[in-house]
Design a protein around this ligand. Structure first.
Ligand SMILES: [Zn+2]
Ligand SMILES: [Zn+2]
Length: 450
């Protein structure tokens, strides 16, 4: 007898079960990078993915976050929270897990360590990357992505290439800092001008020798923690910190809170965060404590009994307490540079002026309101003119394509025009559609939609 029963079909996920890059290693992918790649794999923008698939599945999706709806804000300042330890990063992971059927996505954030890490000073404000890594992956034909390690504020260098991470676009006339996620984010590309971020820039940030040695230790310890996350049996509880803090206090400072705080260059009050206060200690504090105690961060947060091996510390304190430095401003020199900027052929933004003068743009706005506003207006006008120029060029190219296809006896449908224009990167938006429609109408063609 023939068996006509359906073979068992495994459950299907709504979106592709895209694997995380570098899972189980120090180079595990970040949640923002995964979100961008997931959108790309479905031919969507990040915003379309968030608005159409992720956000509607959120509990309390009707609640605006920070005055805006998440779909809009996620593509800007709020994206960094996806890599961190706070509540809605966890909702994000569970929604994406439902959509993709993957159970390992929590490893793309620091959520598994949420009870023992503070969100303060954890994830850097803007995206940072290693151009050499992008270049090497590109040359080897590997997937481009952003490791979670690059998003962590304490990490300043790439462990592979031992070079400082970069945080500004290398394109001379762009140089903008990058948000963690934008609507049209593409791995390895500037969010604003599309420039290749793997390019080497002339001026590279530099670290002093002691800073570099400290950084090597930091990236190794943090990397170890990230690599271990998938094998973590249970999330460390907040009580773990109190245990590790008591061990440290006894073994490293003979019970003196003041001595321990001095050893790690922090204020005495930091001990409260370690002993179960309302707020967990910052990652920087934990790293310093581990260094002084001669253990790894992973041991400090998971090993019982905790065997500290106090390091012999130099007479001069290794970690200096934070001192707020008073910046001195040279207003006369600032004014001269700003006035020059107002007549330069390539109008700079006020943000670029801030970078050039190594000064907060807010200060410049306060001291030179008229001059600053004039520079900002000129920059805005310049950007608008550039945009109009680009749109005009696109319209002309689309019209040209429609005419060329029609002459060749081919119906200039949207798909054929798109094929013809390759590699036109900004086809597919409303402007492209309207330009195509206008060209088709003008030629009196009844071209079918795609
Ligand atoms: Zn690198
Ligand atoms: Zn750029």
């Amino acid at each position: 007898m023939v068996d006509v029963a359906m073979p068992p079909v495994p459950a299907r996920s709504r979106l592709y079960a895209l694997p995380l890059c570098g899972l189980g290693t120090a180079q595990v992918e970040s949640m923002t990078s995964y979100t961008a790649r997931l959108a790309q794999a479905h031919g969507l923008t990040v915003r379309q993915l968030v608005q159409g698939e992720i956000w509607p599945r959120f509990a309390g999706a009707d609640q605006p976050i920070g005055g805006r709806h998440l779909a809009a804000s996620i593509c800007k300042d709020d994206a960094r929270a996806l890599c961190g330890v706070r509540g809605w990063a966890s909702q994000w992971v569970s929604v994406l897990a439902d959509l993709t059927g993957r159970t390992d996505l929590h490893c793309a954030s620091l959520l598994p360590w949420a009870n023992v890490l503070s969100h303060v000073d954890l994830i850097r404000g803007e995206r940072a990357w290693c151009p050499d890594c992008y270049q090497a992956w590109h040359a080897a034909g590997q997937t481009l992505y952003d490791p979670l390690l690059w998003a962590i504020q304490e990490v300043l260098i790439c462990p592979q290439h031992q070079r400082p991470l970069v945080a500004h676009c290398p394109q001379a006339d762009c140089q903008r800092a990058q948000p963690h996620l934008t609507s049209r984010a593409r791995p390895g590309r500037c969010a604003y001008c599309g420039a290749w971020l793997g390019a080497r820039t002339g001026s590279q940030p530099k670290l002093s020798v002691p800073d570099l040695a400290w950084q090597r230790w930091v990236v190794e310890r943090v990397g170890e923690l990230l690599a271990h996350t998938p094998r973590l049996e249970a999330r460390p509880a907040a009580a773990r910190l109190a245990y590790a803090a008591t061990c440290s206090l006894q073994r490293l400072a003979g019970g003196s809170r003041y001595r321990l705080a001095r050893l790690i260059g922090r204020h005495e009050s930091v001990m409260e965060t370690l002993r179960g206060g309302p707020q967990a200690p910052s990652l920087g504090t934990l790293l310093r404590l581990c260094y002084v105690g001669g253990v790894t961060l992973l041991q400090f947060l998971t090993e019982t009994p905790l065997r500290l091996k106090p390091r012999r510390m130099p007479a001069r304190p290794l970690f200096q307490p934070k001192i707020r430095r008073q910046t001195s401003h040279d207003d006369q020199a600032y004014r001269a540079v700003l006035e020059q900027a107002l007549i330069s052929s390539a109008p700079p933004s006020m943000r670029a002026m801030g970078r050039r003068l190594k000064c907060d743009p807010h200060y410049l706005y306060r001291r030179f309101p008229e001059l600053s506003k004039a520079i900002a207006h000129r920059y805005l006008a310049f950007r608008q003119a550039e945009k109009a120029k680009r749109i005009e060029q696109l319209r002309a190219r689309i019209r040209q394509a429609v005419v060329a296809l029609q002459r060749a006896g081919i119906l200039p449908s949207r798909n054929r025009v798109r094929e013809y224009l390759k590699p036109a990167s900004f086809w597919g938006n409303q402007i492209g559609y309207e330009a195509w429609q206008a060209a088709v109408d003008e030629l009196g063609l009844a071209a079918r939609q795609p």
